[in-house]
Write a new protein. Structure first.
Length: 309
């Protein structure tokens, strides 16, 4: 079995593969001499295991960057699953059923807008690579039955843990903020930071029930301080611009520090997330920070998104 037309794969470095559900979520396969890590398993609308088996014959351990539905959808296809210890209880719970139709509605609108965008891109700019060309959901995907399957992790991770793949190691960095269990993976040998949803190009979600802006600011500042000089590439979980560079870490950290304490330049702009929740965002040119609509800088950390605590 190989990847279906739903996934797009791209070799990024020696032993590092993007496994993308274009414009939805980006998973990453990191292959060592003895074993491999699959960072996140996507939406679960098609078999990510079949795709991964076409890329490596090494034993694969899933590592979830956090417990959100779009990062754990294929977990049930694997026997070895690791998540930060704060995420254990979330991974074993049913996800709220209304998330799935809400996301499908969001995805359909995005697909419609993408058609116009792609036509312009093909004529004028040629920005989108093959791995970021959005497609229809698979024909055998039953929208009415879509849900993620709760799974029991076989390993719990803590800050500083190392995942030994043989000829390379991945260091776990606990970066709470987006969720309490959010992590990044640092590959010093290849100078790569896999940032999960802690650092994204485009909207960075900080509005959920167990999001925490103060922790987000600390986590992003830590990444800028501790990893900025160790890496030359950041691979993110969302966005067509899934690659960014060390300088981006400083910009994101400074933006979070600003938003937590004062009104950002230009103020906040009304927006919504992938569930249709009414929110607001602070825009910083090529990324934004999305917060609860009632959030006031320096007053509290009001939360109210769609995520259970």
């Amino acid at each position: 079995m190989t990847c279906t037309g739903w996934f797009a794969t791209q070799r990024l470095r020696e032993g590092v593969f993007l496994v993308s559900e274009p414009m939805h979520v980006n998973s990453y396969l990191i292959v060592g001499s003895h074993r491999a890590v699959l960072l996140d398993t996507g939406l679960g609308v098609s078999s990510i295991r079949a795709c991964v088996e076409g890329l490596t014959d090494k034993p694969v351990m899933v590592v979830n960057s956090h417990h959100h539905f779009d990062h754990v959808g294929g977990n049930h296809e694997f026997n070895t699953i690791a998540i930060h210890e704060e995420g254990e209880k979330f991974l074993q719970r049913e996800q709220p059923p209304h998330w799935f139709p809400a996301y499908l509605e969001f995805a359909q609108e995005m697909l419609e807008q993408y058609g116009a965008f792609r036509a312009i891109d093909e004529t004028w700019f040629q920005v989108l690579g093959r791995e970021m060309q959005m497609r229809q959901f698979p024909e055998d995907f039953d929208r009415s039955q879509w849900k993620t399957t709760p799974t029991i992790p076989t390993r719990l991770l803590a800050d500083g843990d190392e995942l030994d793949l043989g000829d390379r190691k991945l260091r776990v960095l606990h970066t709470p903020g987006h969720t309490i269990d959010s992590i990044c993976l640092l590959n010093e040998e290849q100078k790569i930071l896999f940032s999960g949803d802690t650092v994204d190009t485009g909207p960075i979600y900080a509005q959920f029930v167990n999001s925490d802006l103060a922790l987000f600011a600390k986590s992003t500042r830590r990444l800028a301080r501790e990893t900025g000089h160790l890496v030359d590439t950041i691979f993110s979980a969302h966005g067509a611009r899934y690659t960014s560079y060390p300088e981006f870490l400083e910009r994101v950290a400074s933006a979070f520090e600003l938003v937590t304490t004062s009104e950002p330049p230009g103020g906040f702009t009304p927006t919504s997330d992938c569930f249709g929740s009414e929110l607001k965002e602070a825009r910083f040119n090529d990324f934004s920070i999305v917060v609860n609509k009632d959030f006031e800088p320096g007053v509290d950390e009001s939360r109210g998104g769609e995520l259970h605590d």
